[in-house]
Design a protein around this ligand. Structure first.
Ligand code: NAI
Length: 397
């Protein structure tokens, strides 16, 4: 069979293995030619390491100067009679191949990061492969659900405004369409549940678990990712349910910073730029801003994807010495928030509508990045190649 893109709404239901492999190689090439990460970590645990910022961190830390050994936890689907599997599945496979070729260790643990089973697997692997300790923990999970500890129930996140309803548009990649909608404000329960899923509680419990298992190396750091954005996005993000969860994450970074001070280490929330990832395309009413932002940042030569963001984070903002703002946040959203960028966004955004979003915003660029996340539309890949399910199943993450 040939592998074709199958897009449902904003979800990719197929992924191209050779495209994912080429995307990994392209990112490796980028970081190996960039300013190197100096005094970086050698043993890294990445929670959510198969796509987006987590995968980009893994590539940057292994190939961008630090030569780190990595363990990545992710929740991905392999090939089966139902489909070829998810892009993250293939990213894990091809990252590991490239890392091992370069002499670095790369272990993939695929399972639910909220489960005791995966925690135990991580500790066992740290002991076997990383001499029992880690120098950096990257927390990059993005999910809509989190199981309640010791229960069969789940918390579900709800991406909504708080207080007032919000009108806005979302993009549908399946039909290349613009859909107007109105979101009701979140209920109190939705606000709390979103914080449980995307706030800092699970990050803290992971670090506590590693401390209790004596797996923290001297000067160990931990980092998680956040978003603040300009005022025009605040209703859906910063002042909405997600923003509440991120404030909780920021507060957790301070609590973890105190705990890691005992190891001469530290904990940080890094505020990143808005980007197309598997997770971010789900944020309702956010896409028009992303279309305007991509147009503006590309016009001004400032556009970055996950890999550029992570290489810059590690080579200039976290290592050799963390650089933080007045609220102790690391800012890699600095280029997004430049006046020149936001002025152009403010000109484009109010004009965008159903008829012109493909012309005035960077729809082509945003859609291409979305396809590339899933291994499609990548230069140099033979999309006529035939695959059998057996061949796909023989690839082991
Ligand atoms: P992503 O969807 O590309 O990656 C999420 C990762 O989490 C994947 O590796 C996935 O396998 C893993 N994962 C999800 N549920 C899991 C589970 N139960 N067990 C194990 N692994 C699981 O997401 P993205 O966008 O890279 O998000 C990472 C973080 O960055 C999030 O905290 C997000 O809020 C933040 N962020 C994202 C921005 C964006 O524009 N994409 C901007 C600023 C921050």
């Amino acid at each position: 069979m040939k592998i074709e893109p199958i897009i449902k709404g904003v979800v990719a239901r197929s992924a191209h293995p050779a495209g994912c492999e080429q995307a990994i190689k392209n990112q490796i090439k980028y970081v190996s030619r960039s300013k190197a990460i100096t005094q970086g970590p050698k043993r890294v645990l990445i929670l959510g390491g198969s796509s987006g910022f987590g995968l980009a961190s893994r590539i940057a830390l292994t190939f961008g100067g630090a030569k780190a050994d990595t363990i990545a936890v992710s929740f991905e689907r392999g090939p089966s009679e139902k489909g070829v599997g998810s892009a993250g599945w293939y990213n894990n496979i091809y990252f590991k191949q490239q890392a091992e070729k370069a002499g670095s260790k790369a272990v993939n643990i695929i399972g639910d990061a909220f489960s005791d089973k995966v925690r135990q697997q991580v500790i066992d692997t740290i002991q076997q492969e990383l001499n029992g300790k880690v120098d950096l923990i990257v927390y990059s999970l993005a999910t809509g659900v989190r199981p309640k500890p010791n229960s069969d129930e789940m918390w579900h996140s709800a991406i909504k405004p708080i207080g007032e309803p919000l009108k806005g548009a979302s993009i549908n990649f399946e039909h290349d369409s613009w859909i107007e909608s109105e979101l009701p404000p979140a209920t109190e329960k939705e606000i709390i549940d979103t914080q449980k899923v995307m706030g800092g509680e699970d990050w803290e419990s992971w670090v506590d678990f590693l401390i209790n298992h004596d797996a923290i190396a001297p000067q160990c750091q931990t980092i998680a990712f956040s978003y603040i954005g300009p005022e025009c996005t605040h209703a859906i993000y910063h002042q909405g349910t997600l923003g509440r969860a991120k404030v909780d994450l920021h507060q957790t970074s301070h609590a973890l910073n105190l705990k890691l001070a005992a190891f001469d280490g530290g904990a940080y929330a890094s505020v990143c730029k808005a980007l197309v990832t598997k997770a971010s395309v789900f944020i309702p009413t956010f896409s028009p801003y992303v279309l305007a932002l991509y147009k503006s940042m590309k016009d001004q030569g400032l556009h970055e994807t996950c890999i550029e963001q992570m290489q810059r984070l590690f080579n200039s903002k976290l290592y050799p010495t963390p650089i933080v703002d007045g609220e102790r946040l690391i800012r890699v959203d600095d280029w997004e928030l430049k006046d020149s960028v936001q002025q152009q966004v403010a000109e484009i955004l109010p004009m965008l509508n159903e008829a012109n979003f493909k012309q005035l915003g960077d729809y082509q660029g945003v859609k291409t990045e979305f396809m590339q996340l899933n291994g499609f539309n990548i230069d140099g890949v033979d999309y006529d190649q035939e695959y059998s399910l057996e061949t796909l199943k023989s690839l082991i993450p």
